[in-house]
Ligand binder design. Structure first.
Ligand code: GCU
Length: 408
């Protein structure tokens, strides 16, 4: 089901279809009726998303890792494992990832492995907790809005709630997105130029920033999976806003990721492009031209020509669990069209024999997230604007508790 990318039509030559493309129908109109058919349709959707939305990313390079372990972090609650992830095929001065993994101390002491929440951060790993053991990287000093150490350490503590996550029996892993791409608007920054020659598509389909961040998250998965302390099948990828878009793309295109949790990811994330009265294709590609493949901008004013929409991206997660979280007052991310997307993706879970949506969605506030209330798909809201906090993290972890084998 892989078409030569040069054979795919330009956006203006794609047929207009105002209704959502059916994830269970091939481009040529034939139906998807079996798991084997779905493998082919999955590959087709993946390629269409690359070609017309996010751009083609390079394959997985060999990684080189160097790890440092510090026990007794966060007042004794955590062991910190910092891993430098470099790319063997790139020169030594090329971008590298500094991944900070916080493990619950009691699990480490008991020799127990844990599920891990993995997410991109904005300001630097040291902003996630106040402990001085966390390295303040050069990237953070350069790109994290760094001012002074005392104010910066733990500046995002209420956002990530790391100690709370650990107390629930999960590890927490994070790296700053600027390690891969600083989001400066200049395509010469970050990792993308190093792989220019390896991308399979025609001009205009090269990976954008979101695809680069997603690729970087997948390299973190490469590094995390072999670690004894990590349950390789229970890595959750979570991200907020632009990082939520990257998290969804990473999780959708990498079946090693055990659970996918885009948070307030909006346009380019879970929210559909069709009938989206908030951030439109023209808005997002106008303000952030580097986030996507150049082809995507051509759909401004003609989203009906997109052969995929965000529900197709969400469907690539199936049959794995997907929780989409949204702020009821976060209008710009269009929670309504995100909910429509997960609903429209559900038939793929059904086809694969997994229960999709169990109860009525959305779940809201203190609604219970448990075996009886959720299937493999959840859309959950809190009464907030655009933010991440403990309430959302608890929803994701409650959902993960349902799907993973007794965490912690
Ligand atoms: C802007 C953008 C959104 C994005 C958000 C963010 O608001 O329009 O698409 O999600 O920035 O990442 O903070």
């Amino acid at each position: 089901m892989h078409t030569d990318p040069t054979d795919l039509p330009a956006p203006s030559r794609l047929p207009s279809r105002p209704e959502l493309p059916d994830p269970l129908e091939f481009r040529d109109g034939s139906p998807v009726e079996s798991t084997a058919d779905w493998r082919d349709r999955r590959a087709e959707i993946r390629q269409l998303l690359r070609q017309y939305v996010y751009g083609y990313a390079p394959g997985a390079p060999e990684i080189e890792t160097a790890t440092e372990r510090t026990p007794g972090v966060c007042g004794g609650a955590a062991t910190l494992v910092e891993t430098e992830i470099a790319f063997a095929d790139l020169p030594p001065d090329a971008p590298a990832i500094t991944l900070a993994l916080f493990l619950p101390a009691d699990a480490v002491d008991a020799g127990r492995s844990v599920p891990v929440l993995l997410g991109l951060n904005w300001r630097g790993n040291h902003a996630a907790v106040a402990d001085p053991a966390v390295t303040i990287t050069d990237t953070a000093r350069e790109h994290g809005g760094f001012e002074e150490e005392a104010a910066d350490r733990g500046a995002a503590a209420d956002y990530w709630c790391v100690e709370h996550v650990l107390s629930r029996g999960y590890g927490f892993a994070t790296h700053q997105f600027a390690d891969i791409d600083p989001d400066s608007g200049d395509p010469a920054d970050g990792i993308r130029p190093y792989y220019d020659d390896e991308l399979p598509g025609p001009p205009g389909t090269e990976w954008g920033v979101l695809a680069a961040w997603a690729w970087g998250l997948q390299r973190c998965v490469d590094a995390l999976r072999p670690m004894e302390a990590v349950r390789a099948e229970e890595i959750i990828v979570l991200g907020h806003s632009r990082c939520g878009k990257a998290a969804l793309l990473a999780g959708a295109t990498d079946e090693r990721i055990g659970l996918v949790a885009p948070h307030q990811s909006g346009t380019g994330g879970t929210a559909l492009d069709r009938d989206n009265d908030q951030e439109g294709v023209g808005d997002i590609t106008g303000t952030f031209p580097g986030w996507f493949a150049d082809t995507y901008a051509a759909f401004e004013g003609q989203v009906d020509r997109l052969p995929v929409d965000s529900h197709c991206l969400a469907a690539l997660v199936a049959p794995r669990p997907l929780i989409d979280t949204a702020g009821a007052r976060d209008h710009w991310t269009n929670p309504g069209r995100a909910l429509d997307a997960v609903r429209a993706a559900e038939p793929v879970w059904d086809l694969l024999g997994a229960e999709g949506i169990a109860d009525d969605l959305p779940l809201y506030g203190d609604d219970e997230i448990a075996d009886e209330t959720v299937g493999s798909i959840c859309h959950y809201r809190r009464e907030t604007a655009h933010t991440l906090n403990e309430g959302y993290l608890d929803a994701v972890l409650d959902f993960a508790d349902v799907h993973f084998d007794g965490a912690g």
